[in-house]
Design a protein around this ligand. Structure first.
Ligand SMILES: C[S@@+](CC[C@H](N)C(=O)[O-])C[C@H]1O[C@@H](n2cnc3c(N)ncnc32)[C@H](O)[C@@H]1O
Length: 254
């Protein structure tokens, strides 16, 4: 038997992968990150599965539960929000399982920064605007390496998705405004893909006030960059004048 780390997706229970849901259906022990995972994701669990919310548990307690279940030949699902590789604190769990000789596998999920783009109906990587997405956070109780301070990353004027920081929106704006022009568009999406999703759109100049007015102070993504509202070049991929591996140019050029 194995421990499966599963990305539950951003909130909408239909945004978990088929593979992840299959494991939840079969799991004997489920430990989920209750502060963010939509409990509806667990509606498919067996009646007799043991379910724990890790919000009030320590790393040791989580590991003890997993170890005991595996020793009893049980299937374990460790359910994280979005994709577990992003601010999921799974490395320490995987390393501990490795040490204990317990087999595990990771099933990825739809991260909330992707659900945010979907909610806004925007593409992060517009040709001639930005071909880079920076996924980051503002320093809070968890420090951020000096080279990755927000104002340093902002130098690139790339599309940026900022996690875990909406409660410090004024500080986020202060850092970004050192490098992005003040009219750069910013959007904040709270609980992307949930039934009570909220969206606020503005610029570096206006966003902090709008976020306060909307009373958004947690579970939100701050995204910044011209991808939100700008002129851009059409993609070469579907350009009739452009040939590539799967399609010849319709006009004979390129
Ligand atoms: C501990 S991190 C976990 C991120 C998660 N692993 C992911 O891939 O989305 C929690 C932060 O993710 C963001 N977040 C999680 N779910 C969200 C959602 N549905 N909408 C917007 N932001 C969300 C918020 O910034 C929140 O503070």
């Amino acid at each position: 038997m194995k421990v499966y780390f599963i990305g539950a997706g951003p909130g909408d229970p239909e945004l978990i992968t088929v593979k992840g849901q299959k494991i939840i259906k079969k799991a004997d022990l489920i430990i989920y990150a209750g502060s963010l995972v939509n409990p509806a994701v667990l509606d498919v669990a067996k009646n007799n599965s043991e379910i724990y919310d890790s919000a009030a548990m320590t790393l040791e307690e989580v590991l003890e539960k997993m170890e005991a279940a595996i020793a009893d030949g049980k299937l374990v699902a460790r359910v994280h929000t979005g994709d577990p590789s992003i601010y999921g604190a799974i490395q320490e769990q995987m390393d501990a399982l490795e040490e204990k000789g317990i087999d595990y596998e990771v099933i990825p999920g739809v991260s909330s920064f992707l659900a945010t783009a979907a909610a806004l109906k925007r593409e992060y990587t517009l040709p001639d605007v930005s071909q880079t997405v920076i996924v980051t956070r503002l320093e809070g109780r968890t420090s951020v390496p000096d080279k990755e301070k927000l104002h340093k990353l902002a130098k690139h004027n790339a599309s940026m998705a900022i996690f875990l920081s909406v409660h410090m929106i004024e500080d986020v704006v202060k850092e970004l405004a050192q490098e992005y022009p003040i009219k750069t568009p910013v959007a904040v999406v709270q609980k992307a893909s949930w039934f009570d999703e909220k969206k606020v759109v503005g610029t570096l100049e206006t966003i902090a006030a709008k976020v306060k007015e909307a009373e958004i102070n947690k579970t939100a993504m701050v995204v910044v960059g011209d991808f939100l509202d700008t002129e851009y070049s059409k993609s070469k991929l579907y350009d009739k004048d452009f040939s590539h591996e799967y399609r010849k140019s319709k006009t004979g050029s390129n």
